[in-house]
Structures are given as structure tokens and as C-alpha cells.
Design a protein around this ligand. Structure first.
Ligand code: ZN
Length: 187
């Protein structure tokens, strides 16, 4: 059985204090946990997918344009991975090698990392059946990705110490939903 860790939207815009659409302190607090998970997965021969929101500037056709201020705009520093995770990714890219080949950057256009991307094909080609989730926000992009993964038949593990939201009630609700409705293991 192959496993993959999906790190969702852990970027400057979603995490940093000055980020355009930041989750703030709760998101900053999970940097270490996310980075350790990513290292473990890459080093032991599992897969890591860094799913990162991308928007074109002032796109009138994107439904988020009327819901949120501009964020994760293509080519801006806000799309860089945040903190220790960002440093780890840069270091790994520089080193190359086997672990780097286990880590993939994935641009995503909607809340779910499956919507309009080749994520499902990528995972199936590698025999991945167990999908581990980390990142932000627990009750938005992590939730929508988890629902799509459930519908595609993946076994889900959500790392409770590696997901965060700006909305404490939404965070708690989503954790219950992962466990009770999507059959996820909370770890
Ligand atoms: Zn977005």
C-alpha cells in the first residue's frame, strides 16, 4: 500500500501575519508539525503533494473573486510556501535526489485539490490508497479536498496537529465530519 501526504495551501498569503487571506496564529503554530510530516513522508519513500491555490489577477470569472480579497495570485510572493515548510522545500529542490523526486508541487484552482487537476491520476499511477491531509483551512480547502478524496475511494488520515483554521468552531466541526462522516482516522 502506498501513502501520500497532501499539504494544502500552506503559503504566505494563508499563513503569515501579513498574508492576504491569513488564518493567522493557529496556522503558524502547525508549521513544525507539517514540516516534520513532509520530511518523514519524503524520506521513507512515500509521496508528498504540495497543493497550492493559484489565481489570476482580477479574474471576473472565478467564483472566489466576489467572496474573498485577492490571494495566492500567480507570480506573487504570497504564493510561496510559508516558514519551515518553505525552507525545507527550497533546500530539497537544491539537493535533488530521491527524496526530492517524491515531492510534487500542484497548482489548484478551487478549494478541492482534486477539482480540475490531475491529482487523482497522479496518486492512482503510484498505487496510493491512503491519503494523509495537512494544511489550511481545516473547514475550507482541507474539507473540500477530503470530501473529494472520500468520493474517490481513498482511505483518509487527517493529522489533527497539522491542520488549522481562522475559525475555531469550523475547525472543530470539520474534524468531527472527517471522522464521523468521511471515516477518516484522526492522528
Ligand atoms: Zn483561492
Amino acid at each position: 500500500m502506498a501513502r501520500a501526504l497532501l499539504v494544502i495551501d500552506y503559503t504566505v498569503d494563508f499563513v503569515a501575519e501579513e498574508g492576504a487571506l491569513t488564518c493567522g496564529a493557529p496556522a503558524q503554530a502547525v508549521d513544525g508539525a507539517i514540516t516534520r510530516l513532509a520530511q518523514q513522508f519524503a524520506e521513507r519513500g512515500d509521496w508528498v503533494v504540495l497543493a497550492v491555490d493559484v489565481h489570476d489577477p482580477e479574474d471576473p470569472y472565478h467564483p472566489e473573486s466576489v467572496l474573498f480579497p485577492p490571494h495566492n495570485v500567480r507570480g506573487t510572493p504570497g504564493r510561496a510556501l510559508y516558514g519551515q515548510l518553505g525552507e525545507w522545500y527550497q533546500r530539497l529542490q537544491g539537493e535533488g535526489g530521491a527524496a526530492a523526486g517524491r515531492v510534487r508541487w500542484l497548482d489548484k484552482m478551487r478549494y478541492s485539490a482534486f477539482a480540475g487537476t490531475d491529482l487523482d491520476l497522479y496518486l492512482r499511477a503510484r498505487g496510493v490508497t491512503e491519503l494523509h491531509l495537512a494544511g489550511v483551512c481545516t473547514d475550507i480547502c482541507v474539507l473540500h479536498t477530503a470530501v473529494d478524496a472520500y468520493n474517490r475511494g481513498y482511505q483518509l488520515v487527517v493529522h489533527e496537529q497539522a491542520v488549522a483554521s481562522f475559525n475555531p468552531a469550523g475547525h472543530t466541526w470539520a474534524l468531527g465530519h472527517f471522522r464521523n462522516v468521511l471515516g477518516a482516522e484522526l492522528r
